[in-house]
Design a binder for this molecule. Structure first.
Ligand code: SF4
Ligand code: SF4
Length: 360
């Protein structure tokens, strides 16, 4: 079995976005890596096709570790999730070896800068251009955090129209966030109508042979037209995805740094196969008719339920609306595929687990 290894290079971050508050406490995620690259190499040695995603904090704050891993484990596929402000710290020859680069950006300038800080939008776009100019030919993904100030239609469309990103993915800020004033009202007035408009836009473009790289749309549609199910959970947490903290702790999910249930072992002591499958999605998802295309959404939210049972159901409602909206166009998409207007390859996303979790 192949696995995505989400490798923390540091717990430190150079920004202080309001979503996560910046750096982790050093006691939870040390700012230096406490194990050797050899330990990582040994831990993944029986994986025939490992993917390593550098993660933090801001992973580029520890470029030496990134270089060492890329030098010493060249057979891996490489991915990075970065805020984009420090891309010049790593040489272009390393960047050219990444298959997927995910840059955090929330949409239009005012939306991005609101929670991430003034000037961040401009710096992310500079980073995207710099990567392309320096020969990065892989998949450039705009990774959005969606909040009450997001207009999903305008912000996704804006990012697509920049012509810099191959794909746009988003996550709803619904794990810890107490920033919402009126989640249900925002869903009714803004998010759900915006999602509908995005689906219509996607279909209009598909009619012209253009497949817009909107990850939640193509990820779910791809499963629908191929008669497949999404993984459970879609991000693979604890099964096909393991996070490795800077002290070597193996976590089911990279945000669960302080959750006992997520601690699966340590790469220095435990074998890879011993730790997979210890945690997973349970009820009510296993009995839910939407599981096939939802996958239980997010393992962390599923277990923690920080918004309570009622809050969990409110987020489900939004996921179900996305799935139903896509079921409505599934028939037409199959016709477009059969007629050769669009290709199945473009709907087979992600081509490997590149940390885009598909369900927002
Ligand atoms: S819609 Fe809700 S209950 Fe159903 S599978 Fe998804 S997260 Fe679970
Ligand atoms: S979707 Fe949820 S469980 Fe999966 S990696 Fe993200 S936060 Fe963790």
């Amino acid at each position: 079995m192949t696995v995505l290894y989400i490798v923390f290079t540091t717990g430190r971050c150079n920004l202080k976005c309001e979503y996560c508050g910046g750096s982790f406490p050093e006691s939870l995620v040390p700012y230096e890596v406490k194990y050797g690259v050899d330990d990582l190499k040994r831990f993944i040695s029986d994986d025939p096709a490992p993917t390593i995603c550098f993660y933090g904090g801001e992973p580029l704050l520890n470029r030496n570790f990134i270089r060492s891993v890329m030098d010493e484990i060249p057979r891996a596929r490489f991915v990075i999730q970065t805020n984009g402000t420090l891309v010049r710290r790593l040489e272009p020859e390393y960047w050219r070896r990444f298959e997927t680069v995910l840059l955090s950006i929330d949409g239009r300038q005012e939306v991005t800068d609101h929670y991430r800080g003034s000037g961040v939008y401009r710096r992310v776009l500079e980073a995207a251009r710099w990567l392309r100019l320096n020969g990065f030919r892989g998949d450039l993904v705009a990774r959005m955090t969606v909040t009450e100030i997001t207009d999903i239609y305008l912000d996704v469309k804006h990012l697509l129209e920049l012509g810099l990103f191959d794909h746009v993915h988003w996550q709803l800020d619904v794990v810890w966030s107490n920033r919402w004033r009126d989640f249900d009202g925002w869903c009714e007035r803004s998010y759900l109508p915006g999602l509908k408009r995005l689906i219509n836009l996607w279909l209009d473009e598909a009619e012209r042979g253009i497949v817009l790289g909107i990850v939640p749309i193509i990820g779910v549609l791809g499963a629908m037209v191929k008669g497949e199910r999404l993984d459970c959970p879609p991000c693979g947490a604890g099964k096909t995805s393991l996070a490795i903290s800077t002290d070597g702790t193996i976590l089911a999910c990279p945000i669960a740094v302080d959750a006992r249930w997520a601690r699966l072992g340590n790469i220095i002591e435990d074998s890879r196969l011993k730790v997979v499958g210890k945690v997973g999605i349970g009820e009510p998802c296993l009995s839910c008719t939407y599981l096939k295309y939802c996958g239980g959404r997010c393992l962390y939210s599923h277990i923690e339920r920080l918004w309570g049972e009622d809050g969990f159901r409110r987020v489900c409602r939004v996921t179900i609306k996305l799935i139903e909206g896509l079921l409505e166009i599934k028939g037409r998409v199959i016709e477009l595929l059969r007629g050769g207007t669009i290709s199945l390859k473009e709907l087979s996303y992600p081509p490997f687990n590149n940390t885009t979790e598909i369900i927002p």
